[in-house]
Design a protein around this ligand. Structure first.
Ligand code: ADP
Length: 250
């Protein structure tokens, strides 16, 4: 029996994802087992084509897997209708993208409130303002994305991802479009949501410095988990692992 205390935020059990059929089939994920516990920050790394995006999409219930099981906050996604899956995603999963993906016509506050509206919820008074304050943008509520810097836009996107208090936030190269300083701010922010609110974060990144903010680094190669480093893993050690994997992928 799974009790509430030992329930993973997300779990992949023997997940395989194949694209195409017959001799052209590509196995993007090959019987991957991975568990992301509540209140942890995991970086997912690996050479290009190793399956990072597929892992993220599968774990988020954006993509149906070929075999195996994905559980989000204890719910197996395979058994859900499209409608129920959409509902689960909207309430339990947050996303942060490399290109921010804010809606240009909406203000920061309107962008943040959007997931609540999609989930059919009305924000409590002060809820959106509190969310923006949490990401350090209390004074930018009425600004549109074009009136904000890249780092500020990404912080709005993080507020939007957190507003439903999801079981897990998936971040896909969240610092990829930012300069080093704004990138570091975004990483500190993600780190503090984990430390202060027990948020679970799973982040795909190429950058060892970004990955060093996580408390665990999963390395993929050819659709398999080949390394799983936990604890305070320094950027240097991550960079050495990355270089080794890229060498053997060549
Ligand atoms: P990464 O994010 O690490 O670069 P991906 O998950 O994007 O890796 O891709 C893993 C493998 O699956 C690659 O060989 C890629 O070409 C293949 N792949 C990904 N998406 C598709 C798709 N929609 N159709 C066919 N092959 C795909």
């Amino acid at each position: 029996m799974t009790t509430r205390d030992d329930r993973a935020a997300v779990e992949l059990r023997a997940v395989t994802r194949r694209y195409g059929h017959g001799e052209n089939a590509i196995t993007a994920l090959d019987t991957v087992d991975a568990r992301f516990d509540p209140g942890t920050f995991t970086a997912v790394m690996g050479p290009s084509g190793s399956g990072k995006s597929t892992l993220l999409h599968s774990a988020a219930g954006l993509d149906r897997v070929t075999s195996g099981e994905v559980l989000i906050d204890g719910t197996a996604v395979a058994g859900l209708s499209e409608r129920a899956l959409t509902r689960l995603r909207r309430s339990r999963v947050g996303f942060v993208f490399q290109a921010f993906n804010l809606i240009p016509a909406l203000t920061a506050a309107q962008n943040v409130v959007l997931p609540l509206r999609l989930a059919g919820r009305r924000p409590a008074p002060g809820e959106v303002a509190a969310m923006l304050a949490e990401v350090g943008l209390a004074d930018r509520a009425g600004h549109r994305p074009a009136e904000l810097s890249g780092g500020q836009q990404q912080r709005v996107a993080i507020a939007r991802a957190l507003v439903t208090r999801p079981a897990v936030v998936f971040a896909d190269e969240p610092t990829g479009a930012l300069d080093a300083r704004s990138g570091a701010e975004v990483l500190r922010l993600l780190r503090s949501t984990v430390d202060r609110h027990g948020q679970t974060v799973v982040m795909v990144t190429h950058d060892p410095v970004a990955a060093a903010h996580a408390d665990r680094v999963l390395f993929l190669a050819d659709g398999r988990v080949v390394d799983d480093l936990t604890g305070a893993v320094g950027a240097e050690r991550i960079a050495v692992h990355t270089a080794r994997l890229e060498e053997s992928a060549r």
